[in-house]
Design a protein around this ligand. Structure first.
Ligand SMILES: [Zn+2]
Length: 282
C-alpha cells in the first residue's frame, strides 16, 4: 500500500531541490504524484517550493476538483492531469522554469541533439510545445503530442515539464536537461559546438535498446537522427564578410578627422566666447 505521508514528504524534497537549483523563482513551479486511478497529490498555489511542508500538499481527483488540503491547489495541475490521462505509466510530474532550457525556447532554438552521450541515452530528442497561456485547458493540451514519446517537454517561452514513474525520475530529467543546456550555452561562448557522428549516435541508440529503453522516437518513427544541427555551427569561424579579400592593393586606412573649420568660423567662435567673458566680468 502507498504511504501517502511519505509521498507528500518526497514531493516537498523535490520542491526544495528545484528551488535550490534555481529552476523556480518565488512561488513558481508545481509537482504532483498519482496515488491511484482517480487521485493525485499536488503542490498548492502561492507557496514557494523551497518552503513546502507535507501539510501543504493537496489531493485532487482526475477532473482537478480539490478533495483535501488546507491550501488551494495549483491551477497548473490541469497540465499534470492531461499527462496522467494520456500515459497511464506516468506516476509523477514536475513543472519548473529551469533558466538554461527555457532560454532556448525564448530564443526560438530547438534543443540540439547528437552532442552528449548521456543526453542521447536518457532523454533523446526534446520537443518544444507551442506557446499557450498557462493554466488554461488549451495550455495543458499543447504537450499531448509528446506524452508517449518524450520524458520532458520545453514549454515555449515558459519552462519545462517532465514526467516519470517516480518523483525522482521526473525531477532528474529536468536536472539533466538544464545541465545539458548550460553546457551548450558555455560551449557556444567558447567556440563552435561539435557533434557526435551519425554512426556513433546509432551506436548509442543500440546501447539504449540494450538497456531496455525502446521508446526513442528516432527508432520508432524513423525520424531525423539529429535535431537543430545548425546550433553553434561556425560560431568561431570567420564570417563571410571577414573572409572577403580587400579589392585592389592594401592601403592604410584613412585617418578619421573632423571636417576642417574655416578661419572665418573659428574667428567668429573666438569672438563670441570673448564677448561672453567680457559681459560676465562687467
Ligand atoms: Zn509555469
Amino acid at each position: 500500500m502507498l504511504n501517502e505521508f511519505k509521498l507528500k514528504q518526497e514531493i516537498c524534497e523535490i520542491g526544495h531541490k528545484v528551488y535550490e537549483k534555481g529552476f523556480v523563482a518565488a512561488n513558481d513551479g508545481n509537482i504532483s504524484y498519482r496515488i491511484s486511478e482517480n487521485h493525485v497529490l499536488c503542490t498548492p498555489t502561492l507557496v514557494s517550493k523551497g518552503a513546502l511542508k507535507p501539510d501543504d500538499i493537496c489531493l485532487v481527483d482526475m477532473t482537478g476538483k480539490q478533495l483535501s488540503g488546507k491550501k488551494k491547489r495549483t491551477s497548473e495541475v490541469m497540465l499534470h492531469l492531461e499527462i496522467y490521462k494520456a500515459n497511464p505509466k506516468v506516476k509523477a510530474v514536475v513543472h519548473s522554469h529551469p533558466p538554461h532550457a527555457t532560454a532556448f525556447s525564448v530564443a526560438g532554438e530547438d534543443i540540439p541533439t547528437c552532442i552528449l552521450p548521456e543526453v542521447e541515452v536518457f532523454l533523446g530528442p526534446i520537443p518544444t510545445a507551442v506557446y499557450e497561456t498557462p493554466g488554461a485547458q488549451a495550455f495543458a493540451q499543447t504537450i499531448l503530442p509528446f506524452v508517449n514519446t518524450a520524458k520532458i517537454v520545453v514549454l515555449k517561452n515558459h519552462g519545462t515539464v517532465s514526467w516519470g514513474e517516480t518523483l525522482q525520475q521526473a525531477y532528474w530529467w529536468t536536472e539533466i536537461l538544464d545541465a545539458y543546456c548550460r553546457i551548450l550555452l558555455i560551449a557556444k561562448q567558447v567556440g563552435r559546438v561539435e557533434r557526435i557522428s551519425p554512426p556513433k549516435v546509432e551506436e548509442l541508440l543500440d546501447l539504449k535498446e540494450r538497456f531496455g529503453i525502446t521508446d526513442d522516437p528516432r527508432r520508432l518513427h524513423n525520424a531525423d537522427l539529429c535535431v537543430n544541427v545548425d546550433f553553434g555551427r561556425g560560431y568561431a569561424e570567420p564570417s563571410a564578410t571577414l573572409m572577403k579579400k580587400p579589392e585592389g592593393p592594401m592601403r592604410p586606412p584613412e585617418p578619421i578627422s573632423a571636417p576642417a573649420a574655416s578661419d572665418e568660423a573659428i574667428e567668429r567662435v573666438v569672438q563670441e566666447i570673448t564677448d561672453r567673458i567680457m559681459s560676465v566680468l562687467g
